[in-house]
Structure formats: structure tokens, C-alpha cells
Design a protein. Sequence first.
Length: 391
Amino acid sequence: MGVTARGVGLFVAAGVLLAAGFRFAYPELALLGAAGATAGGYAVAVAAWRPRLAVVRRAEPDRVARGEPATMTVTVHNRGRLRSANLVAEDRCGAVPVAVPVLRLRPGRDTTVRYDVPTTRRGVVPVGPLRVIRRDPLGLVSLSRPYGETVPVWVHPRVHPLSVVPTGAGRSLDGQVDAVPHGSITFDSLREYVVGDELRRVHWRTSARVGELMVRENVDTSLPRLVVLLDNRAVAHPQRSAGLAESFEAACEAAASVLTAAHRSDLPVVLVLVAPEDEGSRAGVAESEAARSGLSPLDRLAAAGLGGDTLDATLTRLRGERRGDTLVALTGPGGRDSLGQFGALRGAYPSVVVGVLAAAEPAQAQTAGLVVIDAADGAAFAAEWDRVRRW
């Protein structure tokens, strides 16, 4: 409960008048002080009254790509039976307040407001709760209460279609990429027979021992695997505007496009971050203070002092694990000096593709066989990607 400046003045004046009236035996002053105290008590009682409201909100849709439209519909229903709700309410859409008309809402009635959710930034946009402010007619006291739950709207990176996917050295025995992950000659396990299985795959000796038909389960170990390395270090994306690094957003769009294309081609793919979010949690108070101040993930990593030495550790881990055949590294303008480090992975990954997003000057490949794609944004990256003829 908050007391306005007018309320503070009234309470102070009422106290002074009451004290002066009783001290100097002036009934007029005491009467004025009592009137002020009565008005203050009435204001507190009116503001403390809690209206019975039901809030229902619906996001259409709740998951969109960056820049796509999303609408939030908020319905406020007055469940009270005695009096109308004379209130002032506002909804919270991220950090932006949205006015909701509930003034003089009669019992049993509802009001609906519909507004657009900002989707210019990638991330989770929390919408709600509804803040209802109750004020007395004299404007002495105000009380704010939350109603309803918070509904998140997920804003994903834009996905640009890619016509080809690099296959690296992972090819099937007949020289073509096999999109079916099962059916090659590499034995994996035995399982029960199901209708449709080929009889030539039945393992008769095991079937005779267990009393049920058992078939061989084979996997295609020659299927190419892709590794997408997203450089999310703060030093790789130095240019920011209002806490937003456009180069990092473009890199996220490029990563989403490659992952989607690989998934549609039924190719195994894994996403690796240079500076994982869990490393930021180890920074303790610095990261928490940055998060509470509304900074972006890149700014939180920078505030926590992370991202400087994580690239070497990540590349060393990728070189030792050899998670795939093709490595697609996506970085920003600050990552142009790291092309040599990416190229050093050519021994572990037959094909290495480096995408440099939103760089002012084109990057030059420092290692033979390294494919470098310079692009201003995600759409330009997709166009340059489709122009590559040899991986």
C-alpha cells in the first residue's frame, strides 16, 4: 500500500491539528484534525478492498520466429456481486506497460484487450501478471495487486531455407548419402520381430533359443554427422545497440537454418556453444547483478568476465571428441582473428565451414581447405551457403 503526497500532507496536518486542538483547547482545530483522520481511514478502507477478478490470457501463437506477429488476448472478468470495480489496471508485456480498461467494470461482466507482443528480439517475452491499482476517491492511498499468471511468448531465430547440406567424409558404401539411419551391414543389437521385417535379417540361432523370432538391428555408421559451433562470446560480437548484438542474432539465425536443414535431411547434427550459459552461473554475484539489470546474455558473459579463454578449451574438446564429419563454426566480427584456430580442426573434421556474420570487411581464409562465408545477416548467409559448390 502506498500513500500519495496528498495523503502524506493530510495525515500530517490531521495529526498537527489534533495535537494543537487538545493542547490549547481549541475544539475547532480538533474537529478539523478528526475530519482529516476520518478521511484518511476511509481512504485506507477503500483502497484495501480487494475486488474479485479472474484474468485469462491467451497468446496467439506462443512460439514465433523473430519478427513474426504475435498477439496477446487478456480477458478480465468481475466475479463480484455487490459493486462495480472502479479500478486502474495495466498488463506487463516484457518491460512495456499496456493499459487494460477495467474502470467501472460491473459485476458478472468482463472486458477484453488485445495487443501485439514485441518480437523484435529473440528470447522469452514474459507477459503478465496484470497489475490492478485501487485508489480512493480523494487520491490519498493507492494499492497495487497482481492478478493472473505470467505467460511466456517464445521468440525463436528466423530459419532461412538451405538447399544443400555438407556431407563431409561420411558417405555410404555405394558413394551416396543414405538418409535412412538403419539397414546397413553394421550389427548393433537384436530385437523382437515385427510385421514388415525382412526374413533374411532373422537370427535363427537366437530365435530357437528364446522361442521367439529375433532380428538383427543394424545401424548406418557411415552416415555423415554435422557439428554446429555457435560462437556466443562477448568479444566475438562487440557491436551492440540497446543491449542487442545484431551479429549474434544473425549467427543464431544461421545456426537455426543449418540445424533445420540437417534435421529435414535426416542427418545427425549437434549444437555446441563456445561459452555455455552454465559457465556464467559460476561467476556468482557479478552475473546475478547483470541479469537483474536487464542485460543480454552476451552482456552477462562479459560482465562475468567469461568468453576470453573459452574458445581454446572448446576447440580442444571438439578436437578430442570428434563429434562429426563436418564442422560449421558461426562467429561475429570479433571472431575473424580466430579463423586460424578453426582451421586447425581440419585434421579432426574433414570439412570445416566458418561463417562470419555482420563483419565490415570480408574475412580471408588462413588455412587451405577452409570454407569461409561472409554474410551481413541470416538471409545473406543462406544465399551464400547455397552458392558453395565444394565443401
